[in-house]
Structures are given as C-alpha cells and as structure tokens.
Design a protein around this ligand. Sequence first.
Ligand SMILES: [Zn+2]
Length: 199
Amino acid sequence: MDKYPEALSELIKRFQKLPGVGKRSAERYAFHMLDMPKGDTHALSEALLTTLTKLQQCALCGALSDCSPCPLCTDSTRQTDKLCVVSHWKDIFNIERTGEWKGLYHVLGGVLSPLEGIGPESLRLLELKQRLESPQIKEVVIAIDSTLEGDTTALYLKEELQQFSVHVSRLAFGMPIGSSLEHVDGGTLAQAFSGRKSF
Ligand SMILES: [Zn+2]
C-alpha cells in the first residue's frame, strides 16, 4: 500500500482511469503535474473545466460544439442533401481530415450492443428520422466501424431507413473487417468514402 497523501492518491486514481494509463504512468503524471509551475497546472485544470462547461451537444447533428446548431450544420457551403451517420462525434474529426466529405453529419451516440444494454432507444435514431423527414436529404452514408456491433447497427439502420426515399450506402472499400474509424489512416478512410457502396 502506497502511503501517498490522500489528495495525491486521488489524483493518481483519476489518471488511471484514462485509456492505456497504468499505475506507474499515473504516478508519473501526478508527480509531474505537482512539479509543474503552478500557473501551468491551473491553466490545465481550467482548460478541462472550460471544455466541460462550454461544449454542448448540437441539437441537429449531436456533435459536441461551442454552439448549437454547430458550425458544420450552419455552414452554407456544405451539401445539405447528404448525411453521414457516425457512431461517435469524434469520428467527424477523422472524416473531416480526409476532406472527402462535404455533406452533413448525424451522430448516433453509440452502436447497438445487447450485451451492454444499448438498444435502439439509447441512440439518436428518432432525431435521425426527424431529419430524414425533410425531403431535402437524398443520400445517407453509414460510416460506422466494421465490427460485430457496428455491422448490427448498420443493418438495423438500413431497415429503419427503408421508409424514407433516400439512397443508403456504407463505407466498405478499403475498410478492413473489424476496423474502427479511429484507427484507419486518412488515405484508407478517404478511399472508403469515394468507394462507398449501396447498402
Ligand atoms: Zn451540428
């Protein structure tokens, strides 16, 4: 049992909750932060708090943004007849980096996972359907990870979208089975967009 002061133990425990951070790394981070000039440590904690308080969910697409509707939804240069469905808002950044997609986005907020108790009602499906009621949207691209849950979600979406007159496609070309959008390089992702297939 480490005999750290309680506050330090707490900080270490918090760091350990980050992905890929074990006990030793967490300790290193905590020690480093305490050695940093006080101003830097304050600026870091302030940045964290500001992120938490300033970011909000865009009422239209569901992405986190400084404002709602977000700049992507209000950008008049985007193609408003195309909608790209992603599971997590962070995927938008990966896709934007490719420069391949000029349409709008819709964040589902997860993928279907019966094991984790994530059913259709936990996703932003109702919001998606509401958006598709606008005849303006002609194409929906499903950009969801090629995993078991991702595939199940994509199939479910396909069924649900049949009632709308939209062309549905899914990123496929160049996306290896079991791959996550997060780990696919920009070139592969760009290729997946231009080679998207009817679904
Ligand atoms: Zn938005």
